[in-house]
Design a protein around this ligand. Structure first.
Ligand code: ATP
Length: 309
């Protein structure tokens, strides 16, 4: 590749698009996106994902070729995989890379923290303006793997919901509500040993949420006052909350006020370990099912640039 080619790639965007994300109107939306990018003279190359997690390989190839600006077209899962590809590659410093999102997903929770509208035209304007924030990224280790997350991870009830969602997503955003209700009826709490900052909390626990940003589960908010680039997680320990507690506080689950409930604790920390004592609850990260069991989580401060509103 000549010097000039390298320069033009460096300043151009590489699009990774998930054609099955969201509402299955991808071919119409893709035409609109191309038109809007051309109207703004935004230079780009692109690839469509062909299988789950293909984003990882595509983003790594793009970075190897010299691209430093990536557009993720899809939902939270697509973005999560793009982030994982960036964090795992060794061709460039992650803080030299910028991601912009064109949301096509079902939940689209990451964009909500930054008030990025769920709208293709606005998303293209945000790419054009290129106003960025250098955001923290979480590193989550289970007994068998290491994965990265850019939004919210958790263990327990939220993992159960993500597992249920696998079969329900075709119903659209209502899927989150159906999964939530199934969870209310069938999810069994377990005792968690939670270790952070020389503290050990052992409690019956509905779920432990580890947040960089604010929203998960299709707009629920379990963290308040987050700062996505302060090098700290906002953790929420929802302890012995009952089905009735959740039912009567449904509004607070969406407004973030649930953190003030007497059975909920919040903390800020750089690192946390959660060890379920009597069962192996599901683990989710950015709405993707990661596995079951114990987790250790650390933060990489100011890891990747994101275009925001
Ligand atoms: N071509 C493909 N075939 C099958 N799965 C794919 C393909 N491309 C991407 N995926 C996977 O689809 C999953 C879901 O995508 P994504 O989360 O972006 O959409 P969504 O579920 O509609 O949105 P959200 O997570 O915001 O609710 C991701 O794990 C991704 O790896």
């Amino acid at each position: 590749m000549s010097q000039l080619d390298k320069f033009s790639v460096y300043n151009s965007w590489f699009i990774i698009a998930n054609p099955i994300a969201g509402n299955l109107k991808f071919s119409i939306q893709w035409k609109e996106i191309k038109q809007l990018l051309n109207n703004k003279n935004i230079d780009y190359s692109f690839a469509f994902t062909q299988f789950s997690k293909h984003e990882i390989e595509l983003v790594q190839n793009a970075i190897q070729k010299g691209f430093r600006n990536i557009i993720s077209i899809g939902g939270d899962g697509t973005l999560h995989n793009v982030v994982n590809g960036i964090m795992m590659q060794r061709y460039a410093k992650t803080s030299d890379i910028t991601i912009s999102v064109i949301p096509l997903g079902t939940g689209n929770d990451w964009i909500k923290t930054y008030n990025i509208p769920n709208n293709i035209e606005k998303a293209v304007e945000i790419i054009h303006k290129k106003n960025t924030i250098l955001q923290d990224i979480g590193v989550l280790k289970t007994e068998s793997k290491t994965i990265y997350f850019n939004n919210v991870a958790g263990l327990g009830y939220d993992g159960y919901i993500v597992n249920k969602l696998k079969t329900l997503k075709r119903f659209g955003s209502i899927a989150y509500l159906i999964s939530g209700i199934a969870g209310l009826l069938f999810y069994k709490k377990t005792i968690f040993k939670i270790i952070f900052d020389n503290k050990v909390i052992e409690t019956n626990c509905l779920m432990t949420i580890i947040g960089i940003c604010k929203f998960s589960g299709g707009g629920m908010q379990f963290t308040e006052n987050v700062n996505s680039s302060d090098g700290l997680f906002d953790i929420t320990i929802a302890k012995d909350l009952t089905i009735l507690d959740l039912f009567f506080n449904l509004k607070k689950l969406y407004s973030g006020k649930i953190v003030h409930h007497k059975k909920v604790e919040t903390h800020k920390t750089k690192t946390i370990k959660v060890i379920p004592q009597s069962s192996k609850p599901f683990i989710q990260a950015d709405g993707e099912l990661i596995g079951t069991g114990t987790i250790s989580v650390d933060i990489v401060e100011k890891a990747i640039n994101f275009c925001v509103n």
